[in-house]
Structures are given as structure tokens and as C-alpha cells.
Design a protein around this ligand. Structure first.
Ligand code: GLA
Length: 359
């Protein structure tokens, strides 16, 4: 299948790409106005777009082999079941809401970003879609605005109260650098990945769905904690002892956010060695597991195997949690060896993992 056979149109008028991301440090901090440190992964989402010659929008996902043909009204009446199409149509809608005219299009999407592993396949789809639409209709929007529109589409049309990390990473990061982002001000710094190390990402094989998970619940708990502490967002607390006055489970949730923000800042300012960076990642996992409670047994086992493997500086779950993937920082040149060895042990423990980056 390709654009031509699906839409019976000779060529797409534009093609746009966007990568998935893996977050090294700063988990569940973005919707608390905090700090994050993601990098792009090599896997990308590609969209090809042409103008539709009827009054309908036509979308096709190569990965899912799903076609959606629709007029605008059918989306408004909530008829659209196909999740990938919601993201695409959500992007179109948010652009229309700010006054751009987006006439009906044919959009073909294919992606090598794994779905449901916490590597932001949805952000890659949103960013690639808006990039393609920007090009096709010559819209005067920059890469930060692309991320902002993409986040809005996810919140309003996929109903996930996400922060802006994934969309900013997909829109602005590359695979050679980490993107330090202050999610309150959107100030950012592009830094080289730690020298002498490579990234290994392994999928736990336990799928996760954001909207169905406790993600929105965690977000609400953080907002409640901030309110009780009298601050705009948990980002405004840097002294972790201040959270001790909160009732449980808000105390633990807030403790994670405050310590995680501090870990990102420490990685930025005080890290002299790969070992130190790795320790921050290990501490992040413990905090996500014990205080934030977004890990699952499979992730804990996989992280534990990684952390015990020589050549691994640090490892943690990455993304929202509740399943999905782990990220590890390992000695450069050793990534394939390490990933395969770890996977063997993990599979031996009764799980079915999958190396996503580093093989
Ligand atoms: C998901 C969300 C992000 C962020 C992470 C957790 O990926 O989309 O905004 O909150 O979870 O760090």
C-alpha cells in the first residue's frame, strides 16, 4: 500500500517527519511546571499529505491498515473511533480554532515509533501532522508553536491531560543531544549526550495506555498538593522537607516531583561522571516506584537487571509508566552486548521484552 493506491492520487504534495522521544530524567514533572531532559530516538513518524478532491478528510494508517473517511461534522458528533485519526483530526481542529483555513486533505501515515511503549508515538504523529500541514498551507508557525498546538490537540481530542515534554522533544530534539527544558518558561538548552555513553531502550512488553491509566489522577493529586502548599505549581517547592505537612498520598506524590526536579538540575550542574548521572537515573526509578507509584513489577525487574549489569551506569522506567519501556545509560560500544544480555535474563524471568534502541 502507498499514498497513490490508497487515495488514487499521483503524489503527495508534502511529506513531513517527526521522531519519538525517550526521557532521560524529569518524569511527571512537566505538568508541574518543572524540568525535563529528553532526547529524540531514531524511530520516526512520516506523514504524506495531498489536498482532497472531495469535501472529505481521508486518513490512512499503514501500521494499522485503517482508513478513515470523514466530513468535519462526523468528528464533532463523536463518531470517530480510530484513535490515530483523533490525533490527526485534533491537530487540524486546533489550527482551525486559531483561525487557519485547513481544507480537506488526504493524509497517509506510517511510523517506526513503537506504539504504546512510552516513546511518544502520539507526539510524533501530532508533530509530523502539523509540520506537514504547515508546509502544505504555508502557515507562519514556528517549532515551539507546533509543540504547543500538538499538546493542545492531545488534551482536547485524545483527552489526556499531558504536559508539553513529548511534543517539545519531538519538535525540537535530535538523537545526538539532550534537550533541557524548563516547562514553565519553555527556556531550553541543547546539550550533548553524556560523553562515552550510549542509550539503551528496552520495552518491558507490558503495554500501557495513557488515558486509561492513572495519569490524569496523578496530575490532579499534584494540583491538590500545590494548592495545599500555597504555590502555583510543585515546581515552586525546592526544599523537600516542605512536603512533609501534606496528607498521604499527596505527600509521596509531591516528594517525587520535588526530588525529580532537583535531580534534573543536578544532572545539569553538578555531574562530573557517568556514574553520577547514572545514580540520578537510578534514584529517579526508585522515586517513581515508591513515591509516585507508576511502576509495575515487570518494569522493576527489568530495571533491576539493567542496574546490576556491568557497563550500565543507570536505568529507570521512562515515560508515564504503568508499563512501557526502560531507558539505560551504558558504556559506549557495549550497548548491543548489554542489551542482548539483559533481554535474555529478562525473558528468562518469564517476560517478553524487546530492544528498541541500542541493538
Ligand atoms: C507522558 C506525557 C508527558 C509527561 C510524561 C511523564 O509522556 O505525555 O507530558 O508527563 O508522561 O513524564
Amino acid at each position: 500500500m502507498n499514498f497513490q493506491t490508497i487515495f488514487n492520487q499521483k503524489f503527495p504534495q508534502v511529506e513531513a517527519l517527526a521522531p519519538g522521544r525517550v526521557n532521560l530524567l524529569g518524569e511527571h514533572t512537566d505538568y508541574n511546571d518543572g524540568f525535563v531532559l529528553p532526547t529524540a530516538i531514531p524511530q520516526q513518524t512520516v506523514v504524506q499529505i495531498g489536498l482532497s478532491d472531495d469535501r472529505m478528510y481521508h486518513f490512512y494508517s499503514e501500521n494499522l491498515d485503517e482508513r478513515v473517511d470523514m466530513v468535519e461534522e462526523s468528528f464533532k458528533s463523536g463518531e470517530m473511533q480510530e484513535e490515530y485519526a483523533r490525533y490527526i483530526f485534533g491537530c487540524i481542529q486546533v489550527l482551525k480554532e486559531v483561525g487557519y483555513t485547513i481544507s480537506p486533505i488526504n493524509l497517509y501515515v506510517k511510523s517506526s515509533v513503537p506504539l504504546g511503549s512510552g516513546l511518544s508515538s502520539s507526539a510524533a504523529l501530532e508533530v509530523a501532522t502539523i509540520r506537514g500541514i504547515r508546509q502544505l498551507f504555508n502557515l507562519p508557525i514556528d517549532d515551539v508553536e507546533i509543540a504547543q498546538f500538538a499538546q493542545k490537540a492531545e488534551i482536547q481530542y485524545a483527552h489526556v491531560q499531558c504536559g508539553i515534554m513529548d511534543q517539545m522533544a519531538s519538535s525540537l530534539a535530535d538523537t545526538e543531544h539532550m534537550l533541557f527544558l524548563d516547562t514553565r518558561t519553555l527556556e531550553r538548552r541543547v546539550l550533548p549526550l553524556p560523553e562515552g555513553a550510549k542509550i539503551v531502550v528496552i520495552d518491558s512488553g507490558v503495554p500501557r495506555t495513557l488515558a486509561g491509566s492513572g495519569y490524569n489522577e496523578r496530575r490532579a493529586e499534584c494540583e491538590q498538593a500545590a494548592q495545599l502548599l500555597g504555590v502555583k505549581a510543585l515546581r515552586d517547592i525546592t526544599d523537600v522537607s516542605l512536603v512533609e505537612t501534606l496528607p498521604e498520598p499527596l505527600r509521596r506524590r509531591a516528594r517525587h516531583v520535588v526530588t525529580e526536579n532537583n535531580r534534573v538540575l543536578e544532572a545539569l550542574q553538578n555531574v562530573a561522571s557517568l556514574e553520577q548521572f547514572g545514580e540520578l537515573m537510578n534514584a529517579s526509578h526508585a522515586s517513581l516506584r515508591d513515591d509516585y507509584e507508576v511502576s509495575v513489577p515487570a518494569l522493576d525487574i527489568l530495571v533491576d537487571i539493567l542496574q546490576k549489569t556491568p557497563g550500565v551506569f543507570g536505568a529507570r522506567l521512562t515515560g508515564a509508566g504503568f508499563g512501557g519501556a526502560t531507558v539505560a545509560l551504558v558504556a559506549a560500544g557495549e550497548e548491543k552486548n548489554i542489551a542482548e544480555k539483559v533481554l535474555e535474563q529478562y525473558n528468562h524471568a518469564g517476560y517478553t521484552g524487546n530492544i528498541l534502541v541500542g541493538a
